[in-house]
Design a protein around this ligand. Structure first.
Ligand code: BG6
Length: 472
């Protein structure tokens, strides 16, 4: 089966991870500009001050993407370039940069797919309470409207937020991302609710503009599967999916929170402070979502915790997605299994889990339109005679595209696939050691770009609309 011609083959990036130019042309400081410089917070103290200098080299990068045949480029806008303080005066040079980037994509026939928030919050807003402060919601809506006005004539695909679970859980529960909080789980749930409310208000504002584009949100998708069929572990699976998937997807797609989680949070005194107006806004906005974006890297294998477990102190090392940590409420634990395959960073490789998970979503949410907005392999690429030979990445993306195709056959409504990432970039907590791109960036040679083996392979996938994929 070939992928249809209205299926977008793309690749993605995020502003902080590629742009660099952290204080150039009037850009304000973000939470990450500060947090990444606190000793011990990132791998070997890496930060995005220069990143891969996409800010200055975007023309070269887009030209390479065009050569690869990329149909769409998903990138994010740095809020701090548009509004250096988060609110107030607009920075014309920030608007100009994204106008140029968008125009460069269009010049090459690449569809710009724009994320408004990929974790880099303006520092003054972070200092004023970040996503715990409802003023951040208003500030975000204002920023989003400025972007719609400035770019909406050419950008027809907007994503409001990237992976709410990651920036709120790591920021307000584990302390591994800014603002580095880990004293009260209620803050985590409050932050998620405030983000959902901001999303609801933003998509309503977008629809009022009649820009004839589409808008949605991107969530990480890590379906939980019990390690065996025991009643206890099946309960762990249910609990994990309720907290990590349905808490995030239900308010967006169904307009209300899952009952199981609401009951648990009520019992534990962790329910967010919300108003009737906020809940009603979330409900009214649900049908306005045009799509949901899924970022899939791995599933979780879970088992119920039956004895008392010692609470593990969160650190950078144990907050980077590998299995082992108990859930915040001590109910279940994710585990590494002997019969599964893992990346060098202990992320499970499971295209089967992807198909099963997508079917699970279809059963729960019906025919909703989906884009896979991230999927890829983090690896240390091997260089053979000067060429980055990323064969494991080719295998990984091949198998996950086959999974997408199989889910489409099952009736899941998937309209595009964005590999993470278009080009090697900065991993938030793992520096430059962990690579994801089709384009290699040589940090020992002035950030020179070169084509990996996967670059040529992905071009063939796009040219043949997936006919060259291998089913194993
Ligand atoms: C996703 C993020 O969670 O995972 C990306 O949206 C990130 O920004 C990607 O880079 C991979 O994570 P990591 O930790 O391997 O860099």
């Amino acid at each position: 089966m070939k992928f249809s011609h209205d299926f977008l083959f793309g690749a993605a990036s995020a502003a902080y991870q590629v742009e660099g130019a952290w204080d150039t042309d009037g850009k304000g400081m973000s939470n990450w500009d500060e947090f990444s410089k606190i000793p011990g917070k990132t791998f070997e103290g890496t930060n995005g001050d220069v990143a891969i200098d996409h800010y200055h080299r975007y023309k070269e990068d887009i030209a390479l993407m065009a050569e690869m045949g990329l149909e769409s480029y998903r990138f994010s806008i740095a809020w701090t370039r548009i509004l250096p303080n988060g609110t107030g005066e607009v920075n014309p040079k920030g608007i100009a940069f994204y106008n140029d980037l968008i125009d460069e994509c269009l010049k090459h026939g690449i569809v710009p797919f724009v994320t408004l928030y990929h974790w880099d919050l303006p520092l003054p807003l972070e200092k004023a309470g970040g996503w715990l402060n409802k003023a951040t919601v208003d500030a975000f809506i204002n920023y989003a409207k400025i972007c719609f006005d400035a770019f909406g004539d050419r950008v027809k695909h907007f994503i409001t937020f990237n992976e709410t679970v990651v920036f709120t859980a790591l920021g307000y529960l584990d302390g591994a991302h800014p603002p580095g909080i880990q004293d009260d789980p209620k803050k985590y749930f409050q932050a998620t609710h405030n983000v959902f409310y901001a999303h609801a208000k933003t998509i309503s504002a977008y629809k009022e503009l009649n820009q004839f584009g589409e808008i949605g949100i991107s969530h990480v998708f890590s379906p939980a599967f019990a390690v065996d069929d025991s009643e206890d572990n099946k309960l762990a699976e249910y609990h994990a999916n309720q907290f990590n998937t349905h808490w995030f997807y239900d308010p967006i797609l169904l307009g209300h929170y899952p009952e199981h989680v609401v009951c648990q949070l009520t019992e534990q005194g962790l329910l967010p402070d919300w108003t009737e107006e906020e809940l009603e806004t979330i409900k009214q906005a649900a049908p306005l979502n045009d799509f949901i974006g899924l970022n899939y890297y791995q599933p979780h294998r879970v088992k119920k915790i039956t004895a008392d477990v010692e609470k593990i102190e969160s650190t950078r090392e144990n907050s980077t997605g590998s299995p082992g940590k108990p859930s915040f409420d001590g109910f279940y634990q994710s585990v590494k299994m002997d019969d599964k395959r893992y990346t060098k960073w202990d992320w499970e490789i499971s295209p089967e889990g992807f198909v099963d998970g997508l079917n699970m979503l279809k059963a729960h949410y019906g025919n909703v339109k989906m884009y896979i907005t991230e999927n890829g392999l983090g690896d240390e690429d091997v260089i053979v005679e000067g060429v980055p030979c990323d064969i494991p990445r080719i295998n990984f993306i091949n198998d996950h595209l086959v999974a997408v195709r199989s889910a489409i056959k099952d009736g899941v409504n998937i309209k595009g696939y964005f590999a993470w990432s278009a080009i090697d970039l900065l991993s938030w907590l793992n520096g430059f050691k962990k690579q994801y791109g089709f384009i290699y960036v040589d940090h020992s040679n002035n950030l020179a770009r070169s084509k990996k083996a996967s670059f040529h392979w992905y071009k063939d996938v796009i040219d043949s609309r997936g006919e060259n994929l291998i089913e194993r």
